[in-house]
Write a protein that binds this ligand. Structure first.
Ligand SMILES: NC(=O)c1ccc[n+]([C@@H]2O[C@H](COP(=O)([O-])OP(=O)(O)OC[C@H]3O[C@@H](n4cnc5c(N)ncnc54)[C@H](O)[C@@H]3O)[C@@H](O)[C@H]2O)c1
Length: 326
């Protein structure tokens, strides 16, 4: 069979066993943002279907010519899944051959989604948080709560403490034990969202995305000079808190505006810059140690496709995965 007639299938386990480091993911994702700044990427805002309340299945296509990566991620988030012992996020990613358009690889996308989202937070923080940031607040101690600490610890050697909050006491307990052992940081359970936000240098919120949110985070809880990265859209942050930021950034303006049209983000500030403008230096990043900055990161397909090509190439080189006929 000719090579365009077959695909490499990579299961979740195959992807994990390649042991690609967070540092490598951060490098390729940052490179993808630099390419985006030069107008050399293609990634239309992600459309979705919504089979259940607050659930989504998103289609996320992207093409990054310089990385020779083209493909689509088809990713689901079903908030009820954890109640049935299933992860919230699941899905597949397809890579395409650039000359023929044929699919060349199908891989599970849960590892990618966890790692590239953490990497995007770390890249945003590297440019927008204070370099001496030591205290991190995590609200929502699931997959993202874990990968975001891993990524931030990769770029911030001086991190000392994580204040962690979760509505589920058992999840919180497991998280505190696991993250303490894994990162050697002081991980402190917070009794309320307020306790997880106050006195932090960096705050990441990673609870569920709600179309009609009932946000709780007040402007007065958020420190002068702090940086925030919501991964759950505006579900956790009161509009007045977002409006109190000195700089309000996002990973992609076009996608944020697309979601606004769909009925999300009813009351958000004007966008100062997107991450490609920040990473490329086209727009000033943090300008002093007092600025309060937020980067509303919705998740971009260039993050997935830059990481996916790394996975594909390493799998080919090391003989991981199963070849299947088309
Ligand atoms: N922006 C992006 O690029 C991006 C990428 C992936 C996931 N996400 C979003 O990140 C969020 C977390 O995803 P995940 O895969 O880590 O899910 P997960 O199910 O693994 O973890 C979610 C955690 O949040 C907890 N939780 C639920 N409601 C909460 C609340 N009100 N306050 C605090 N904790 C709460 C749950 O108990 C659970 O421990 C989701 O909203 C998901 O859509 C965003």
């Amino acid at each position: 069979m000719s090579s365009v007639g077959e695909i490499l299938y990579l299961s979740r386990h195959d992807v994990e066993k390649l042991s690609i480091s967070m540092k490598e993911v951060i490098q390729v994702v940052e490179e993808a943002f630099r390419e985006k700044a030069k107008g050399r990427t293609e990634a239309p805002p992600k459309p979705g279907i919504h089979p259940r309340k607050d659930a989504f299945v998103h289609a996320m296509p992207a093409y990054i010519p310089r990385m020779r990566s083209a493909g689509v991620k088809w990713v689901s988030g079903f908030p009820e899944n954890p109640r049935h012992g299933l992860p919230y996020i699941s899905g597949l990613l397809i890579l395409n051959n650039l000359e023929t358009g044929f699919p060349i690889c199908v891989m599970d996308c849960t590892w990618i989604t966890a790692k590239r989202t953490g990497a995007a937070t770390a890249i945003a923080a590297k440019h927008l948080a204070r370099p001496d940031s030591k205290i991190l607040g995590i609200l929502g101690c699931g997959v993202q709560g874990r990968s975001n600490v891993e990524a931030l610890a990769t770029v911030y050697n001086n991190l000392e403490e994580v204040k962690a909050y979760d509505i589920d006491a058992e999840n919180l307990h497991r998280y505190v034990e696991e993250m303490t052992a894994r990162h050697g940081l002081r991980v402190v359970p917070a009794a309320s969202p307020r306790k997880a936000v106050e006195n932090c240098d960096i705050v990441v919120t990673a609870g569920p995305i709600l179309k009609r949110p009932q946000p709780v985070i007040e402007a007065s809880w958020f420190n002068e000079g702090a940086f925030a990265c919501p991964l759950d859209f505006d579900s956790y942050w009161k509009p007045e808190t977002m409006h109190s930021m000195d700089k309000f950034c996002t990973d992609d303006r076009e996608q944020l505006m697309y979601y606004k049209k769909l009925g999300y983000f009813s009351n958000i500030p004007r966008v100062y810059a997107d991450l490609s403008e920040i990473v490329s230096g086209r727009k000033p990043s943090r300008e002093n140690s007092d600025e309060r900055i937020m980067s509303m990161n919705l998740g971009l397909a260039i993050e997935d496709m830059s990481t996916a090509i790394l996975i594909y190439e390493k799998a080919k080189k090391t003989g991981v995965g199963k070849t299947l006929p088309l």
